[in-house]
Ligand binder design. Structure first.
Ligand code: NAD
Length: 448
């Protein structure tokens, strides 16, 4: 099948390369950024994702993955997938500028029947806008070409994106057209041979699914964050040790609740949860619905980021002149994505208050430097232990494997003061006790 993919970011590139694994597919990867296209042609993926280099090498060798800035090439495709970004507008609504640009491009280049399916996360009803824009462009050319618009929300997770694509929990296809449904089923069926379902619905419902999923996951985290704060404050008020991880263990063994996504951390970030939860709240607001839960998920998460940073401030009273070693800049492990990462807020607040930070991340330093270039107060290191040279404390922000079992002797050798803020509860399985026995002051999340 000939498939055009519009936008070769995280989603578009992974999707394109995974579809190209099937030699019967030809993928036309349309990207506005010519630098990205050149890099791909040279076999250089510009994002960090497990398995992506091999996929790109193989696809280029086979010749069935064609990165291009020439949108006219999409006219040959039977299915066009839209995978451009839908960032937040300043008011929290989804910015559909890129999606609309793609719709216009498709309308200008379409020659024969095709299905246009959105992988981008878009508010309920956007398929109608896409349909209208394509139709308008076709009419401008005095042509009458049939097409269908569908929605196939993307559920891949950065860090395990290739695996998620190849073995999804489910595929949701939203379309009112039988012809589109058949074509899309043919394309996606090989990925659910494990018995996982393809779920059919109308496009408006399917556009809602992605927001509902991300809103629910964000809610689980935000709920856990508040439990952690409650445990922390109860400890202080009652003078009794309270460990939120024990509370969660007790809660999560209830099979109705389950045990995934109940991990207190530094506050969620990434390119999806904050913006999608915000857009969900905005959709409700636009139609005059006053949501109490949805509207407060992101503010709860932001409040939690501040709650933890305040812990650092209250430990010292005054942090001016202090130096902090930060392990982890990415919003989660196994990605170089720093969008809305809790480390952004941490670095901003610490340096604005007159502290210095020394940062290390196995993959995300370059991306982070785009937000905070190296300066007198912000330094970047290539090794986790040298990052800690002459620091007053270590702050753990990302759960990279390399941070999980640090050598305490090396921490002691490098750090000036023995304080650890473990904002991932990475050392909760006993290393925290060893740290305390070695003279460290240790702070976890919701654990005293
Ligand atoms: P991204 O910002 O990494 O990539 C978007 C790409 O589209 C960029 O390379 C950009 O240059 C390109 N682009 C912009 N306008 C274009 C145009 N008119 N034609 C062709 N290319 C154009 O975004 P992403 O993280 O891949 O996310 C894409 C969409 O998928 C978003 O709606 C996002 O919410 C959703 N999504 C993302 C993830 C994720 O983990 N990143 C997961 C599921 C869904």
């Amino acid at each position: 099948m000939k498939i055009a993919i519009h936008g070769l970011g995280y989603v578009g590139l992974i999707t394109g390369l995974c579809f190209a694994e099937n030699e019967d597919n030809t993928i036309i990867g349309c990207e506005v950024d010519s630098q990205k296209v050149e890099m791909l042609k040279q076999g250089k993926p510009y994002i960090y994702e497990k398995g992506i280099q091999d996929l790109l090498n193989d696809a280029l060798k086979r010749g069935n993955f064609i990165p291009t800035t020439d949108f006219s090439k999409t006219s040959e495709a039977t299915i066009d997938l839209i995978a451009v970004g839908t960032p937040s507008n300043p008011d929290g609504s989804a910015n559909l500028k890129y999606v609309e640009e793609v719709a216009i491009n498709i309308g200008k280049n379409i020659e024969n029947y095709k299905v246009i399916a959105t992988k981008s996360t878009i508010p309920a009803g956007t398929h109608l806008t896409i349909e209208r824009l394509i139709k308008k462009e076709i009419e401008k050319r005095n042509k009458n070409i049939e097409f269908d618009v569908a929605s196939i929300p993307e559920f891949l997770k950065e860090g395990t994106a290739v695996q998620d694509f190849s073995k999804p929990d489910r595929i949701v296809i939203g379309t009112n057209s039988f012809k589109a449904k058949m074509l899309l089923e043919k394309l996606f069926k090989p990925y659910v041979l494990n018995g996982h379902p393809i779920i059919h619905m109308n496009p408006l419902e399917s556009e809602m699914v992605k927001y509902a999923s991300n809103g629910m996951l964000a809610l689980k985290i935000a709920f856990t964050e508040e439990l952690a704060q409650l445990a922390d404050q109860l400890s202080s008020h009652l003078g009794v040790e309270v460990d939120v991880l024990n509370v969660l263990k007790g809660m999560c063994t209830d099979s109705r609740i389950g045990n995934q996504f109940f991990k207190p951390g530094p506050g969620y970030g990434g390119s999806c949860f904050p913006k999608d939860t915000q857009a969900l709240a905005d959709t409700a607001k636009t139609i005059g619905l006053d949501t109490q839960i949805i509207a407060n998920i992101n503010p709860t998460n932001e409040n939690h980021k501040d709650f933890l940073i305040d812990k650092i401030f209250s430990h010292y009273g005054n942090i001016t002149g202090k130096t902090f070693g930060i392990w982890g800049l990415a919003f989660k492990a196994e990605t170089d994505d720093v969008r809305d990462s809790a480390s952004l807020k941490l670095v901003k607040r610490l340096t604005e208050a007159g502290a210095k930070v020394q940062c290390f991340d196995p993959k995300a330093t370059e991306e982070f430097q785009k937000h905070f270039p190296e300066s007198e107060s912000i330094k970047y290191f290539k090794d986790k232990y040298s990052t800690l040279k002459n620091t007053d404390a270590l702050i753990v922000m990302t759960e990279w494997k390399t941070f999980r079992t640090p050598d305490l002797e090396l921490l002691i050798e490098n750090m000036d003061e023995k304080t650890i803020f473990d904002f991932r509860n990475l050392y909760a399985q006993g290393l925290d006790k060893q740290m305390k026995d070695s003279g460290f002051e240790y702070y976890g999340v919701g654990r005293k």
